[in-house]
Design a binder for this molecule. Structure first.
Ligand SMILES: [Mn+2]
Length: 317
């Protein structure tokens, strides 16, 4: 079973202009009556590991419309299964806690503080890599990343920004953990970017970035106007590549590089991984940056008509 989630952040009815009964307002009143706010149009797609389909896999994610929008993915570290711990419990609880804390006063639009509070509220045993992005209404995106989930920002068909994976050594990423030996919010890589209308964010678990090259992400994004369709296409591409022994994935290239570095063979690698297989959960979030127009008070009727026409042609709101 594939889990499909697709949503557009709500464009509330209250943001729509009200028709004015009198045309007595001044030009300056009109200028003050309109302001624009950044928001996301979001599509998500999750394909669990083929052997974990019945349990839904071990990735978890959240999409919130709070402020300009909040996106996050957590990937439960699978090694916990060897200790009879379901790796999905920690990642799911972490995301559930983050979801309920997005509007917390202390978080104050800071994704690193969101990770701190969500982590300390999580009681499950386990650990997870995690990436969080919070968009403010002025277009500033704040990102916090622990481990090898990732995020790309695309503008004009090019990648403008990429997170870098954090790992202790090959195949052992930084992770928030129930154990003291894990990382904390203080280890998160933080970044801040000013976004523009039309920018596209691609966020994924390592199941995406281990199996799909950046140039392929650019190519797929250019083929779809709808964020949900783009997310589905990227997840399917990652899944197809992970099952294709003849495809040299980013992960398999990295694995080969590690072997050539390790003459003693001290780096443990699964042979099937080196042949190109990297079966994993795949989670993809695609978010297109959109401008919402909000209204304060009254406005000229003429502008109501023009702006309304623009709305009706927007595909992402
Ligand atoms: Mn993974």
């Amino acid at each position: 079973m594939l889990a499909l989630h697709s949503s557009s952040l709500p464009n509330t009815a209250s943001s729509r202009p009200k028709r004015r009964t009198s045309l007595s307002c001044t030009q300056s009143e009109h200028l003050n009556s309109v302001r624009t706010e950044f928001s996301f149009s979001v599509g998500t797609y999750l394909i669990p590991h083929p052997k974990k389909v019945d349990r839904g896999g071990e990735d978890a994610f959240l999409v919130s419309s709070y402020n300009g929008g909040v996106l996050a993915i957590a990937d439960g570290v699978s090694g916990w299964a060897e200790q009879d711990v379901d790796p999905a419990l920690f990642s799911r609880e972490l995301m559930a806690n983050a979801s309920s804390l997005v509007d917390d006063e202390e978080v104050n639009y800071d994704p690193r503080i969101l990770l701190k509070k969500a982590h300390s509220a999580t009681c499950s045993v386990g650990s997870a890599t995690v990436v969080v992005a919070m968009l403010e209404k002025n277009g500033v995106l704040k990102i916090a990343n622990v481990g090898d989930c990732g995020l790309r920002i695309m503008r004009g068909g090019k990648i403008l920004f990429s997170t870098s994976p954090q790992e202790h050594y090959f195949d052992c990423p930084y992770q928030l953990s129930s154990q003291l030996l894990g990382q904390t919010y203080l280890d998160a890589a933080v970044n801040k970017m000013e976004l523009a209308e039309g920018d596209v964010i691609v966020m994924g678990s390592d199941g995406l970035f281990d199996n799909v090259f950046d140039h392929e992400i650019v190519s797929v994004i250019s083929q779809f106007e709808d964020a949900a369709e783009a997310a589905k296409a990227l997840a399917n591409l990652a899944s197809d590549h992970s099952r294709d022994a003849n495809f040299d994935s980013p992960y398999s290239l990295e694995a080969r590089g590690q072997v050539s570095k390790s003459k003693s063979g001290s780096v443990r690698l699964h042979v099937f991984n080196m042949n190109g297989f990297d079966l994993d959960d795949v989670t993809v979030i695609v978010a297109q940056v959109v401008l919402k127009t909000r209204w304060r008070g009254t406005m000229w009727e003429e502008h109501y008509l023009i702006i309304n026409a623009v709305w009706s042609t927007q595909k992402y709101t």
